[in-house]
Design a protein around this ligand. Sequence first.
Ligand code: NAD
Ligand code: TDX
Length: 340
Amino acid sequence: MHVVVTGGAGFIGSNFVHLTRATRPDVRVTVLDKLTYAGSLASLDGVLEDARGDSMVEFVQGDICDAGLVDSLVSGADVVVHFAAESHNDNSLADPRPFLDTNVIGTYTLLEAVRRHGVRYHHISTDEVYGDLELDDPNRFTEATPYNPSSPYSSTKGASDLLVRAWVRSFGVAATISNCSNNYGPRQHVEKFIPRQITNLIDGVRPKLYGDGLNVRDWIHVDDHNSAVWTIIERGQIGATYLIGADGEESNRSVIEAILAGFGQPVDAFDHVTDRAGHDRRYAIDASRLRSELGWSPVYTDFADGLAATIEWYRNNEGWWRPMKQDVENKYALTQQVLE
Ligand code: NAD
Ligand code: TDX
C-alpha cells in the first residue's frame, strides 16, 4: 500500500508516520509538507532513513494548494491521509487568511485529485467544528451534533469537512472523516498549551493560563488518535464520520497544576494572562461509534502517565524545540499581558 500523508512534518502527521513505520512495515509513505513555521524535518528523524536502511518514507516539500504537484503525487497513491492544516486558534485570530488558503482551498485541491484518480481519502478534522459545551452540560459531542464553529480556525476546518461530505455525495469520492479532541505527546509545537508550559518551566518561566482556566479540553495521546485513524482507514464505512476521543476531560488549570507538580513546583506558580477572544469553554467527545462499530480503544488511559512521558520527551529533546521557542513567545507578548 502507498499512502500520501499531507502535513507529515507536523505534530500529528509525523507521529502518524512513525507509528506506520513501527506497525505497518509494508506500507510505503510519501509525505507532502510545505514546511511552514509548524513543520520540521527533524520530526521525521529516524524514519526518512531508518535503521533498516530502506526508503519506505519519501519526503516532498510542497503546498497542498499546488494542483499540479498534488495531482502527480495522488495519481500514484492508494490512500491519501490529510493532516496538513493551519492548526492554531490564536494565529487564526491574528491573521485568518492562511487558514482559508490551506484548510479550505488545500482540501478542495486534494479532493479534486482523489476524485480524478479514484483514490481513497481520509480527512483529519477536529471536535472544534461543533463549537463548545457548558461546563455542566451532560451531553458530549457525537457524529450528529450540528456544526457551530467559533474561531477562524474551526470555521475553516468545518468548511473543509463539508467539502468532503459534498464530494462523497456528489462525486462518489471514497472518503472518511474523523473529528478528534485535543492531542498531546511528543513533537507538538511549543505554541500549543501543554508544550508551551513544559518548555516555559524548563526555561524557568512561569506557565501562562488564559482567563479563569476553567475551560475544559478532552485530552488524547497522539498515538491513540493515530491508531484510530488507521482503524478507520482499514475498516471505516465510506462516507462516514467518526469522532475520536479517549474520555480525557481536564480543566486547563488542572493540567497546569499537574505540569507544575511534574517539575516539583507549587501548584499555584503560574500567571493568569489575557484570555483568548471567543475562547471555547468545553469540548467533550462521545466516541461510542468508533468503539462499538470498529472495535477501537485507546492505550493511554492514564493522563498523568502520558503527561509525565511528554514532559520527559521535551526535557530530552531540547534541540528539537529550542529553535522555535523565542519566536513563539515574542508573538504571544504582542497580545498577552500578565494579569494581576
Ligand atoms: P501542526 O500545525 O503541528 O502541523 C501542520 C503541518 O501541516 C505542518 O507540518 C505544516 O508545515 C503543514 N502545512 C501547513 N500548511 C500546508 C500547506 N499549505 N501545504 C502542505 N503542508 C502544509 O498541526 P497538528 O496539530 O499536527 O494537526 C494536524 C491535523 O490534525 C490538522 O488538520 C488539525 O486540524 C487536526 N487536529 C489537531 C488536533 C490537535 O490537538 N493538535 C486535534 C484534532 C484535529
Ligand atoms: O498558553 C496557553 N494558555 C492557555 O491557557 C495556551 C497556548 C493555551 N491555553 C488554553 C487555551 C485552550 O483552552 O489551553 C487550551 C488548549 O489550547 P491550545 O493548545 O491552543 O489548543 P485548542 O485551542 O484547544 O486547539 C487544539 O485542539 C483542537 C489544537 O490546537 C487544534 O488544532 C485542534 O483542532
